[in-house]
Design a protein around this ligand. Structure first.
Ligand SMILES: NC(=O)c1ccc[n+]([C@@H]2O[C@H](COP(=O)([O-])OP(=O)(O)OC[C@H]3O[C@@H](n4cnc5c(N)ncnc54)[C@H](O)[C@@H]3O)[C@@H](O)[C@H]2O)c1
Length: 332
């Protein structure tokens, strides 16, 4: 089977590709194990640096909104597509046209390329809990209405509806995962409004000062990179019928206030790490984050075997293990 990962050079895409290449096979639509013959990492530019050395991996550069590039990318032997390429929340809010072109037009173009195959491929779409917002119930349930309050959330909601309708029509066998905020993201801050949630852990643990733009009681729904990769693989292996009438699933996560995240940082990095955080409110980020729901009951996903991390400290420890060789920076 050939597997395509769009956004394959990104934070989650790289980890997903490493997890795919660590395996020989995946369960296919017929319920049987199918060998992973090729994994294509598709991104704006050919991903460089830490991609695994594996003859099954091929990197392809192109624009997700370019139908000609997608026609070349999605070949007859494509059995599975993970669609992660996107303009993230802060940038999609700042640049409406770019967000629409990549997140809506690009998604539709990809679905159309899949539709042209004789055998409908499986497709796993990275949606977001940002499809919810505004005057929400305290707890978001599986039947809560999509009420996005940002352009990004709106674009993800459109993507979900398209994945559902293309699946209903039998053009492909899709599933959409609403991702919590994934922490801890390594490297530099990105243009997501939630970028600080990783920054307040990552920077102090690597010996740098950081600024937190939201109040300590701000609440987020969070999940680790390890768990989100497991979720993508699980979603790919489930039979389409398991999803019932809706191909969209909110992933389990942890409801965490910024203050609780800071305490988890203290448990791993000590008081010196916590002292590196400076609270400096940014009204725009605070408004976006306050519009996101902080508590969910994702019963369908739990029943299908998707799982959250056990606690926030485990998430911080996993970052130290996976990205820092197990050790936080010494206090200075
Ligand atoms: N990380 C999170 O907390 C989070 C939360 C909710 C949803 N998501 C979704 O999960 C997916 C992956 O997130 P991530 O954190 O890895 O993001 P990321 O920004 O690290 O990766 C996205 C990738 O998409 C690529 N891309 C952007 N425009 C493109 C284009 N026109 N053509 C081809 N590639 C393009 C980028 O170069 C980047 O490598 C995204 O769809 C994102 O919206 C992420």
């Amino acid at each position: 089977m050939q597997i395509v990962v769009t956004g394959g050079g990104g934070f989650i895409g790289r980890r997903l590709i490493a997890a795919l290449l660590a395996r020989d096979s995946l369960t296919g639509p017929d319920g049987r194990s199918q060998p992973i013959d090729r994994v294509i990492a598709f991104d704006k530019a050919v991903p460089s640096g830490t991609m695994p050395e594996d003859p099954r991996l091929m990197a392809v550069a192109g624009d997700i909104a370019d139908p000609a590039a997608l026609a070349r990318l999605i070949g007859a032997d494509t059995g599975l597509v993970f669609h992660l390429a996107a303009i993230v929340s802060g940038e999609a809010e700042a640049n409406f046209d770019l967000g629409m072109a990549v997140n809506v037009d690009g998604t539709r173009a990809l679905l159309e390329a899949c539709r042209r195959l004789a055998t409908p491929p499986r497709l796993v779409f990275a949606s977001s809990v940002a499809v919810f917002g505004g005057g929400m119930p305290r707890v978001i349930r599986d039947d809560s209405a999509l009420t996005p309050l940002t352009s990004y959330g709106t674009q993800k909601a459109i993507g979900e509806h398209l994945v559902n309708d293309y699946s209903r029509k039998g053009f492909l066998d899709g599933r959409a995962l609403r991702l919590p905020t994934i922490v801890v993201r390594p490297g530099k801050p990105n243009k997501a409004a939630s970028s600080f949630a990783s920054g307040i852990i990552r920077e102090p643990l690597t010996g740098q000062d950081c600024r937190c733009p939201v109040a300590p009681d701000s609440t987020m729904w969070i999940l680790s990179p390890r768990r989100v990769v497991e979720a993508f693989l699980r979603a790919a292996e489930l039979p389409g019928e398991a999803f019932g009438d809706s191909r969209s699933l909110t992933l389990p996560g942890l409801s965490a206030t910024v203050a609780e995240m800071v305490e988890a940082l203290r448990a791993v990095g000590g008081d010196a790490a916590v002292a590196r955080i400076r609270f400096e409110p940014d009204p725009l980020i605070q408004r976006i984050v306050s519009g996101w729901p902080g508590w969910f009951e994702p019963e369908r996903a739990v029943a299908l075997g998707f799982a959250a991390d056990p606690d926030i400290v485990s998430i911080v420890r996993a970052f130290a293990e996976d990205e820092l060789g197990g050790a936080a920076a010494p206090a200075t």
